[in-house]
Design a protein around this ligand. Structure first.
Ligand SMILES: C[S@@+](CC[C@H](N)C(=O)[O-])C[C@H]1O[C@@H](n2cnc3c(N)ncnc32)[C@H](O)[C@@H]1O
Length: 289
């Protein structure tokens, strides 16, 4: 999967970029830099937003809502009034073209951000951002460190510690749009390693692919649509279910504190009547003492 920059990272950046066409009342996530990562075909589609929405309505709404959910969790973790003590560093696992390191620069106030991904995707991101003209108004990125990993074969503890991560500091971890591409053992291994690195008061937000078990045609389409990612060599391999995720994460020392499925994401974030793709859900967890 590391033979070229991630296509799914580009696709979700496209779905965030579409939101720049939404008005302020219905915009879910504000990411003015997402469009810079798009290759020619995605840029063309972006310039035809009506067609873009027709092609990807539910999944685009899920991607916008998931990003906003995690933005809100990161903001809460960084806030001075966080009951557990505010996070002192942010780790973005499988960062792709996630721009929180600059989008949330005010909240971060110089706190270190570790962006972890496959080398090819990480290098492309760095190249794209380095080539932006000053008119793109990209804030300073000196607090961001790019860290390379293959979650399937490498230990997150080894790569983070080598990059200067301080395990004595409270950390907030985001792991967005990645678990579904990994094996069960790689997810457990990473969650266990993160727990070992997480000082008291640390937290984590991540999402899971969920196997929709209705017998309807639309549910069959949802099951099939995830399988289509195999054709771009980023196959979905791991499903979980909201009912099972608490015990799954507890085994690795994480206590789930919040779960939002498609209906809950719609309730919290969607103001334009669109529906959220049902075959995913997001969670937040804290360290289990
Ligand atoms: C769907 S993209 C999500 C990117 C980003 N989190 C976002 O939401 O914009 C999945 C990301 O996970 C990364 N990824 C997938 N499998 C990985 C692995 N085994 N090791 C490291 N990164 C991986 C990909 O390179 C890609 O950037």
């Amino acid at each position: 999967m590391d033979s070229r920059p991630s296509l799914t990272a580009e696709i979700v950046a496209f779905m965030r970029a579409i939101d720049q066409h939404s008005g302020p009342e219905t915009r879910i996530v504000d990411d003015p830099w997402a469009r810079h990562f798009l290759s020619w075909s995605w840029r063309t589609l972006l310039n035809t937003p009506t067609l873009a929405w027709r092609l990807t309505p539910e999944i685009t709404t899920y991607i916008r809502a998931r990003h906003r959910y995690m933005d809100d969790r990161v903001r809460a973790a960084l806030a001075a009034d966080n009951p557990g003590g505010c996070a002192e560093q942010l780790v973005i696992l499988g960062a792709g073209y996630d721009m929180r390191g600059v989008r949330l620069a005010a909240e971060l106030a110089g706190r270190p951000v570790f962006e972890v991904d496959f080398p090819t995707t990480s290098r492309r991101k760095h190249e794209v951002l380095s080539a932006l003209p000053s008119s793109a108004n990209l804030p300073d990125r000196a607090h961001i460190r790019y860290v390379h990993i293959d979650f399937q074969t490498q230990s997150i503890a080894d790569v983070l510690l080598a990059a200067g991560f301080d395990p004595s500091k409270r950390t907030f971890f985001t792991w967005e749009g990645v678990s579904m591409y990994l094996s069960r053992s790689a997810i457990h291994g990473t969650l266990q390693a993160l727990r070992g690195l997480a000082a008291p008061g640390s937290g984590l937000t991540m999402d899971y692919f969920c196997y929709v078990d209705d017998a309807t045609r639309i549910a069959s389409w949802h099951r099939l649509s995830a399988g289509l990612l195999a054709f771009i060599a980023e196959p979905v391999t791991f499903p979980s279910h909201p009912e099972d995720v608490g015990p799954f994460m507890a085994r690795d020392g994480w206590a789930v504190t919040d779960i939002a499925d498609c209906r809950e994401l719609e309730r919290r974030y969607v103001k334009d009547g669109k529906t959220v793709y049902p075959a995913n859900f997001v969670v937040t967890a804290g360290v289990d003492p």
